[in-house]
Every structure is written in structure tokens, then in C-alpha cells.
Design a protein. Structure first.
Length: 338
């Protein structure tokens, strides 16, 4: 009887998360929200945070298993199916220069972020890693994927996602403006590499790319961005080895390769053969996005605003430094390589 009650609470909790996420989906379709560049994932975490921190609604501990499932099992599974957004043919079409830029941006940004955050700012190690991953790879999705490896407290991921929202949105409006006044004087393909190679979220890339008014920029920028997304897998594997090597004796654990990162690449490989119908792929991506958004909603609900104030200004400072590095350093990188 008790087991049945636990199962019932689990499904009620999931249904509640799905309902809140559906609300976030509706809000994300509003014109003002789309104009601001807030993606479905970003709106979902904000809805979760507002629910518990602004409305002061406490969720019963009976539903903790539901939230844990959403931020762990559901999240990892959704990251695997994120591979259906990629094909190796698309990557080949944008050229080798785009791949080089993406690889350099991802790993140099993370290394710089880690060094500045931990060594100079003396910021919490996990917040540093999450913020650097969000800036260097693909925003909120990268923060979630990295959280799955770190197993950190929810508020740390929320802080990292907040920096992505702030600086990714600034960049989304700034890049097209700089292009229009000829401060950034790139050819369409170069501009696509610049946007896709340095902006935080996929939504930010779509927004900035379409604002340029050139289909070459809009389409290729998304492909370059997805190359960075694909680098989640090698990044997480490298991160596991790095954490194992730098851990103290008290922290020492065996190296565990994140299985979801490997399967993410395998799904992308499978998708490259173009076996599955496009309409089916589109349906899979829609369900997958909703699953990721549910994980973000659960993350937001688990976040306490008091934790933000305890951390202070340092995460914003770190993210701002990485923003300058991405926009300025990325500009010269594209100039040199593309």
C-alpha cells in the first residue's frame, strides 16, 4: 500500500512539472519573450524559480523523487536524444575552418574561465566549471549536462544559467548592431562562424543570425553552433578525467565515463545516415526539448534565491570576462582562420 502511494506521488509530481513546463512553453511563444531571446529552456527555469521564490509556494517533500528523476534520469536521456539535431553532413558543409573555430572556442574559453574563476577570483569550483561550460559550449543545455557529471547543488546550476541569459541576450542584440554599422566587417560565411562560434544559447544564435537578414548567415550559424553542442561529449569525458586528477584524497572517486555523452555522439552518427523520416525527427526533437525543459523547471523549483546573494558578484564578473573573450577573441580568431 505504501509503495503504491509512493508511485502515485511520483507520477503526480511529474504531472505537476509537466503542467508548469507547458505554461513555460506558452510564455516562450509570446512575441515579447521571443524578442528578448529567452528560449523555452530559459523560461522554464525562470518559471520554476518564480514559483518557489516569488510566490513562496513550497512543494511537498513527497514529490522529491519526481524532481530528482527530472534532473537526473530524464535530463541524461534528453541529452542523448539531443543528438537528433545533428548530422555530420551539415558539419562537413560549413567547412573545416568552422570546426577549428568551434574546438578552439570551447576548450580555450573553459580553460580561461576555470583559471580566472578558481585561481584569481577564488570562486567556488563547481560554479566556476558550470559558468565556464555554459559560456563555452551551449548555454543552459551545457550547464545541465555538466551538472549531471558534477552532481552539484541546484542553486549553482541556476547561477550559471542566469549568466547565460544575461550575456547571451546582450550578445544577441549587440552582434547584429555591430555588423550593421560595419564595426564587424565579415563576409556572410565568416559572420555565421562568428555568431555560431561565440554566442551562448542556440536561441541566441537563431535570433542574431536572422537579424542579419542573410539566409547564409542564419543557416550556417546554427550549424556552427551545433558543432559546439557536439563537443559536449569529449568535453564531459575530459572533465571527468580532470576532476579525478585534481581531486583531493577526501574527494577521490573512480573515473566514470558519462554514458549519456557517448550515446549523444552515437545518436548523431545514426542521424547522419538520414534513415528516419524528417517529420519523425521533428517530433523527437519537440519531445526532447520538452523533457529538457522539465529538467530546467525542476532545477528552478529547487533553487533558493538566498543562495545567489551568498555567492555575490563573482559569477557575474567571471561571465562578463568570458563574454568579452568570446566576442573580442572570437572576432580575431575568425579573422585569422576563416
Amino acid at each position: 500500500m505504501k509503495q503504491n502511494l509512493v508511485n502515485k506521488n511520483f507520477y503526480i509530481g511529474l504531472a505537476f512539472l509537466a503542467l508548469l513546463t507547458a505554461l513555460a512553453k506558452y510564455i516562450s511563444t509570446l512575441q515579447i519573450i521571443q524578442h528578448l531571446g529567452f528560449s523555452f529552456l530559459i523560461v522554464s527555469i525562470l518559471i520554476g524559480m518564480i514559483f518557489t521564490n516569488v510566490f513562496k509556494i513550497k512543494v511537498s517533500t513527497k514529490f522529491e523523487n519526481s524532481f530528482s528523476f527530472a534532473t537526473k534520469t530524464l535530463l541524461r536521456t534528453a541529452i542523448v536524444f539531443y543528438g537528433f539535431r545533428l548530422t555530420f553532413g551539415e558539419i562537413y558543409d560549413v567547412g573545416f575552418q568552422a570546426i577549428i573555430v568551434a574546438v578552439i572556442v570551447v576548450f580555450s574559453t573553459f580553460i580561461l574561465g576555470y583559471f580566472i574563476g578558481v585561481k584569481i577570483l577564488k570562486l567556488d569550483k563547481e560554479i566556476t566549471i558550470l559558468t565556464s561550460a555554459g559560456s563555452s559550449i551551449c548555454g543552459a543545455a551545457a550547464v545541465l549536462a555538466t551538472e549531471a557529471v558534477l552532481k552539484n547543488k541546484a542553486y549553482k546550476s541556476s547561477i550559471a544559467v542566469s549568466t547565460v541569459v544575461l550575456f547571451g541576450t546582450i550578445a544577441m542584440f549587440l552582434y547584429p548592431y555591430l555588423y550593421s554599422v560595419h564595426v564587424v566587417n565579415f563576409l556572410p560565411k565568416e559572420m555565421a562562424i562568428y555568431i555560431g562560434g561565440t554566442l551562448h544559447e542556440v536561441a541566441h544564435v537563431v535570433g542574431a543570425g536572422n537579424s542579419i537578414g542573410n539566409p547564409i548567415v542564419a543557416n550556417n550559424a546554427v550549424v556552427v553552433k551545433m558543432i559546439r553542442v557536439m563537443l559536449i561529449a569529449p568535453f564531459l569525458i575530459a572533465l571527468m578525467f580532470f576532476l579525478a586528477k585534481t581531486a583531493t584524497k577526501k574527494e577521490k572517486t573512480k573515473i566514470t565515463i558519462p554514458w549519456f555523452a557517448i550515446f549523444f555522439i552515437l545518436v548523431a552518427c545514426f542521424n547522419s545516415f538520414d534513415i528516419v523520416n524528417k517529420s519523425v525527427i521533428s517530433a523527437i526533437n519537440s519531445v526532447d526539448t520538452f523533457a529538457l525543459a522539465m529538467a530546467m523547471t525542476a532545477l528552478g523549483i529547487s533553487t533558493n534565491f538566498k543562495s545567489f546573494f551568498e555567492v555575490g558578484i563573482k559569477p557575474i564578473l567571471l561571465a562578463s570576462i568570458l563574454f568579452v573573450y568570446l566576442s573580442v577573441g572570437g572576432y580575431f580568431l575568425v579573422k585569422f582562420i576563416a
